[in-house]
Structure formats: structure tokens, C-alpha cells
Design a protein around this ligand. Sequence first.
Ligand code: DGL
Length: 280
Amino acid sequence: MTGLVGVFDSGIGGLSILQALRDELPQSRFIYIADSGHAPYGERSDAYVTSRSRAILAELLSRQVQALVIACNTATAVAIEQLRRDFPDLPIIGVEPALKPALALSQTRRIGVMATRSTLASAKFQTLLASLAGQAEFVVQACDGLADAIERSAGNDDTSDIKAMCAKYTQAMGSFGNNSGQIDTLVLGCTHYPFATEHLRELLGTQVQLVSNGPAVARQTRIRLLEHALPATEQPEPTETTARLILLSTGEPQVLQSAAQRWLPLMPAEPISTASKLNV
Ligand code: DGL
């Protein structure tokens, strides 16, 4: 079996990355683990997030994945270096807030960054921010509770908390728009936040650019697969037993299932496993 890629997030947010991975690698097979039973990660200790990341990687390795995509900014910021040290031969690709792509887009040079508290506090993010000092003004906003609200809405379709939090956090960041001194570009630095795009658009209008990292992570994954000589494109046709996408959740599998159905454009007649419960 070749080119099997493991992907995980604290919950359903990583589906926004999985979508880009499936577009970039249409012949690859994926196992996606939503650690919803232990979400959110963004307001937990580094030790907790690292130990969850380790447990999930062990599970994915037992299922023979040949590469890992950490589809979570928080787990990447906190745990990727440790995981790379532990598994030097495994290609491990992470995701970080898209500050550089935002720089290329912003005209006003005032850029908003929404992310979890842990991501913003991490040494990895602080180093990235410092490396871009002087090139733009970054207005960073920790969005406590927003990933959790998005996670819950996938189970009950109630988006009122998401709307209220988006309003509160964008207001706290200041004025948005294309005039000098306004924020014209907003980085969605948590993989859950693209699922709040509709509400952010309502609040900010269409001229503010929302930037996330899915396509860049997918391109990077392709490069790493090729470097490791893992065929990204030569795959046998998936069959019933080799579903192209396996969905596992440490929380409610039904929530992951409906989120995937809503947010991943499943290919017609594609074999997909029904999301299953995972105990790790
Ligand atoms: N989706 C995750 C991220 O990109 C984590 C959200 C959370 O669990 O707090 O940061």
C-alpha cells in the first residue's frame, strides 16, 4: 500500500486542510482523525496538546500511514518539533498562520490575525512574527471559544455563538476596510475558522481578504511525498476495503460525518467510510 496520509486536528477544523489536500492529491488516500473528545486544544497546556498529538500519531502509525499532516495550527505550534525529533524518517507537515501570504496581499499594511491563545503565545508564532517586523502591522487576536463554538455548531446547526464571537473579536481588532489605517487582510490562523467565513464576510464585507493556509499546506505535502518517493499520483483505484477517506473521531462520529458531508465535496460515488469512534 502506498501514499497513505494521516491527517489530524483537535476536531473538525482540519477538514478545511483535508479539502485542499484532496484537491492537490486526487489519487492519494487519507485517514482523518478528529480529536473532538479532547477539543479544544487552543486553551490547554502545551503538555496536554503534545501528549494528545503523540497518542494520535501512534494510532496513525499503527494504521501504516506514510506521512502526517498536522491540520491544526495549535498542535503544529506546540508539538511539531518534538514529533519530528521522535520520528525523523516520517514526513511531518504542519500548518501555521498565513502571515507571509497576507503580506503579499495587503495594501494598507495592516493585517489582522485570528488564532487560538496557544498558537499566538507559542515560540514558533512569535519567531514568525518577529521575522516580519517592520513589513506590516499585525493586529493579533486570541479567539477563546471560537473553535469550540464551530465544533458544537457541526452537531446542532446553531451558529448564534459563532456569530457573536466573530462580532466581538473583529470589533476588538479595530476598523476593517481598504483605507489607510484599516485592516484590509485577515489571517484565519486556526483551521476551524474558515468554517466561519460566511459570518466574517457578513461583518467585514467582501473587500477584506480572508487568508488561510490550506492550498499551501497541500502543495508542501505533495513536495514532501515526492521527496520521500511516496507516489502521490500512482494509486490503485479505491475499493470498498481501501476507501479513499477514512474518518475517525474520539468524540461523536456523527458530528464528524455531518461536517464532512457539509464541508468536503465528496466525489460522486466515492467510497468513504462512515465515521467511526476511536478510543485513544
Ligand atoms: N483547529 C485548531 C487550530 O488550527 C485548534 C482549535 C482548538 O482546538 O482550539 O488551531
